[in-house]
Design a protein around this ligand. Structure first.
Ligand SMILES: Cc1cc2nc3c(=O)[nH]c(=O)nc-3n(C[C@H](O)[C@H](O)[C@H](O)COP(=O)(O)OP(=O)(O)OC[C@H]3O[C@@H](n4cnc5c(N)ncnc54)[C@H](O)[C@@H]3O)c2cc1C
Length: 217
């Protein structure tokens, strides 16, 4: 592995979650090593649609999503990278009367949580999206939602973390975690062992396999 083989925290997975956590830890002066089996943003974070969205979430997620959206306009500057972020709104479309009714209920619940979201009918919808299919009956419109390029965001967090002292090991797979009585002591990887006090499981769809390494299901 070369160099330091100890780290206060080992983050498993170089998707947006692991990269952002590594950045936040490094920003707070915490020694962190991110271990990624392939390359940064090679998982779901390199292949998603890019919606930066508050509407349509579990209502319990809404407070943090609403706080996060306030950070997005400044994130490019903070991370020193173009994220292709545009605050151009987000629509959820309804094509059947039942779906319109369900959407109205969802919008009412989100408005009650303080989100600026509203139902729009066909006339407004055609102004927003002139080529929208005639089968769309109505939509919910959240103007403060937007889009960004997921892979750029993930790489930007990873690079910013590195600038702050985080270590990123790519092409390195975590194969085991040593632990005793609830305390982690080291992580075994395909390139050697890293002694650590904390492990963050940010392995996305592979998280269950990492959890099993410490006996969690
Ligand atoms: C800007 C942005 C917009 C998004 N918009 C949408 C959207 O519109 N719609 C939507 O559905 N989702 C969206 N998403 C979310 C996306 O679909 C995923 O949910 C998210 O990227 C998952 O991130 P993750 O870090 O949890 O997982 P991943 O990106 O999958 O990262 C997990 C990483 O763990 C690594 N790994 C696995 N096992 C090991 C191991 N043993 N050792 C080391 N590494 C390992 C993998 O190689 C992988 O790189 C968006 C994401 C972003 C960043």
């Amino acid at each position: 592995m070369g160099g330091r083989a100890t780290s206060e925290v080992v983050v498993v997975g170089g998707g947006v979650i692991g990269s952002a956590i590594s950045y936040e830890l490094a920003r707070r002066g915490i020694e962190v090593t991110l271990v990624e089996a392939a390359t940064v943003a090679s998982g779901a974070s390199g292949a998603s649609a890019g919606g930066v969205r508050q509407q349509g979430r579990d209502l319990r997620e809404l407070p943090i999503a609403m706080r996060a959206i306030q950070r997005w306009p400044h994130l490019s500057e903070e991370l020193g990278a173009d994220l292709h972020y545009r605050q151009d709104g987000n629509l959820t479309l309804a094509e059947r009367p039942d779906d319109v009714a369900a959407l109205e209920r969802r919008v009412a619940a989100e408005q009650a949580c303080g989100l600026d979201v509203r139902m729009v009918g066909q006339a407004v919808l055609r102004e927003l999206v002139p080529d929208i299919a005639p089968t769309v009956l109505a939509a919910s419109w959240c103007p403060s939602d937007g889009h960004a390029m997921p892979s750029l965001v993930t790489h930007a967090f990873a690079r910013a973390a590195t600038r702050l002292g985080a270590r990123i090991l790519q092409q390195t797979r975590v194969t085991g975690i040593s632990h005793h009585r609830g305390q982690v002591s080291s992580v075994t990887t395909t390139r050697g062992q890293i002694s650590c006090r904390w492990v963050v499981n940010a392995a996305g769809a592979w998280s269950a396999a990492i959890a099993r390494m410490v006996g969690l299901r």
